[in-house]
Design a protein around this ligand. Structure first.
Ligand code: ZN
Length: 589
């Protein structure tokens, strides 16, 4: 995470107008000095979501939701802390300066502006030039009408280089910016990056264009079917998911996603109401994409890639990545040689819904796929298949899923469970964990316990001040061991004692060191169940107390065992040890 200068964050904090931010996403009605809206965080008929004019926080009297602009963007749009800061900086036109020593990247605001201009230029080319009309004709043939094109702002990159550059020059965009945005190739010729292709803008969580996916529509055009913006400061190939800006909210709410292969498939599904769909960039769907979706809370994925060999092969790989991380995978049985776009156009959304309901679980799909060239009648063929799938299952990280899947594999293939090795998998898993990296695990244990503690404080510090009191009364700052956690905790306590503002941005300004700021944003990204706040916070405090208590005992034991103390000292130590032992730590209210 880039660390921004205190001054620029301070300017941003002063300039944020909460009402302005909310009004983009909610239907705010003014009543006196307050604004009211239907709360986006719970279902209601009459508005209890309120923000006072000039105030930095909103509050819902229905469900207790409470927060500032950053929290709103994080909770409502599922942005990360950093995304929220950057999107606010752009909205309120505050250039974020990076602290010296951090690598200065290109100005993201300028890149987004250039890309927005390019998006409009491409759309103009598609709709208003003879060359564009050929591409338009192709789109019409694929059942894509004008409404669809305008809704998703499809465009056309012309075959002749130079026009985009001239147009953007007229908008005061420099060549350098165009290169950094991935619109222009570097070098003498300064050729357009995209040529003779239909362009699909790719947007970030706040809807700003960060790149393009461009599809050729003539066989003879050079290059693959789709090409994407190269890696830029905005466009990170390994994480960008096409369509996510339209689907993000529902994916996070329903914890379910549909993954497809092509950009047109994704847009068609979204257009037809399945706004829980994303496409990987081509079939290059990797760990980064899985992580991105898991960070939105996804626990179930429908794979709806094309019904051909390439699609099936990709689904076996992508499915594995999700299963490995404990996400349930279902494979939508598209007819042979069909794709979601074609299917929807032919049969309509209701049939697609039915098709989804008849999805295969991943394991059944895999057995069918892997056995396509094998004879299941022959014992050798069957044994080979079972072994290879069992091996794959054992590489997954979730013991329960491994166990259940092995049992299922036995059932599907009708091979006895003992042969597949059901029941033996846990032993080997535990063994690997123990022998591999004990050192690392002890360090992580501190980090896990302490960031849990700090997370609840951050989340509840305003709606439930008793959390802070409990923390203050039980956990002195020195009791925390991870420096970044200690720093954040110290800052929360200080701000509270001094009655200073304690919104996330102020905190981040006060913390003022890169490692802690990074941890702050990571801590906040984890999904938690606020209904269990009291219990979970209590557990976190207790774990810290227990840990330190155990260690005090260990310390005394070590002293006794070193044998360098006199008899009197030893007897004193033993007394201390016994007192400590019979007084396990309890949380003081
Ligand atoms: Zn509410």
């Amino acid at each position: 995470m880039p660390v921004f200068s205190k001054e620029s964050l301070e300017t941003l904090r002063r300039r944020i107008d909460l009402v302005d931010v909310l009004s983009v996403h909610l239907d705010l009605k003014r009543t006196g000095a307050a604004y009211k809206a239907l709360c986006p965080f719970h279902d209601e008929k009459s508005p209890s979501f309120i923000v006072q004019k000039g105030d930095t926080h909103y509050h819902c009297f229905g469900c207790g939701a409470h927060g500032d602009a950053i929290q709103f963007l994080m909770n409502h749009l599922k942005m990360s802390f950093l995304e929220a800061v950057e999107s606010l900086a752009q909205r309120f036109q505050v250039p974020l300066e990076q602290v010296e020593g951090e690598k200065q990247g290109p100005n993201k605001g300028l890149l987004k502006e250039a890309l927005e201009h390019a998006c409009r230029f491409y759309q103009f080319m598609l709709l208003h030039t003879p060359e564009g009309h050929q591409a338009l004709h192709y789109l019409y043939q694929r059942g894509i009408d004008l409404k669809f094109i305008k809704y998703f702002q499809l465009g056309y990159a012309p075959s002749v280089s130079g026009m985009l550059r001239r147009t953007l020059h007229a908008k005061f965009v420099k060549d350098e910016t165009m290169v950094e945005a991935g619109l222009l190739r570097e070098g003498e010729s300064a050729r357009d990056f995209f040529s003779e292709r239909i362009t699909f803008p790719i947007r970030d969580a706040s809807g700003a264009v960060i790149g393009f996916s461009a599809r050729k529509y003539k066989e003879e055009t050079f290059g693959g079917k789709y090409i994407n913006t190269p890696e830029t400061a905005l466009f990170k190939k390994s994480r960008v998911l096409f369509g996510l800006n339209y689907s993000r909210k529902r994916i996070a709410k329903e914890q379910t996603v549909i993954v497809v292969e092509g950009q047109i498939d994704a847009l068609r599904l979204i257009y037809e109401g399945f706004n829980i769909t994303v496409a990987g960039q081509g079939t290059a769907f990797g760990e980064g994409h899985v992580k991105e979706l898991i960070s939105l809370g996804v626990n179930k994925v429908y794979l709806a890639l094309d019904g051909d060999d390439a699609g099936h092969s990709a689904m076996s790989k992508i499915g594995h990545l999700f299963q490995k991380s404990g996400v349930e995978v279902l494979v939508v049985p598209l007819p042979l040689k069909s794709d979601p776009d074609a299917f929807l156009r032919k049969y309509g959304p209701e049939h697609f819904e039915k098709l989804m309901e008849s999805s295969n679980d991943y394991l059944s799909f895999l057995v069918k796929y892997e056995s396509r060239d094998l004879s299941m009648e022959s014992p050798a063929g069957k044994s080979q298949l079972v072994q290879s799938i069992a091996k794959q299952i054992r590489s997954w990280n979730h013991p329960v899923m491994v166990h259940e899947s092995l049992r299922k594999l036995a059932h599907i293939t009708q091979v006895p469970e003992e042969i597949i090795g059901v029941g033996q998998e846990q032993i080997s898993n535990i063994y690997i964990k123990k022998s591999a990296n004990i050192g690392l695990q002890t360090i992580n244990a501190d980090l896990i316990v302490e960031s849990d503690f700090v997370r609840w404080l951050l989340l509840m510090r305003e709606s439930a001040p008793q959390f802070l009191q409990t923390a203050h009364a039980n956990v002195p700052v020195e009791a925390l061991r991870v420096p970044a956690c200690r720093r954040i905790y110290q800052t929360i306590l200080n701000n509270h004692t001094l009655g200073r503002p304690c919104d996330l941005l102020s905190l981040s300004i006060d913390i003022d060191d890169g490692e802690s700021q990074l941890l702050l944003s990571e801590i906040l990204e984890k999904k938690v169940n606020k209904e269990r706040a009291v219990q979970n916070f209590g557990e976190a405090v207790q774990r810290i107390l227990d840990r330190n208590w155990m260690e005090q005992r260990e310390e005394i034991r070590r002293k006794i065992q070193m044998g360098q103390s006199s008899d009197d000292e030893v007897s004193e130590l033993i007394k201390q040890f016994d007192i400590l032992k019979s007084n396990p730590p309890k949380i003081v209210a």
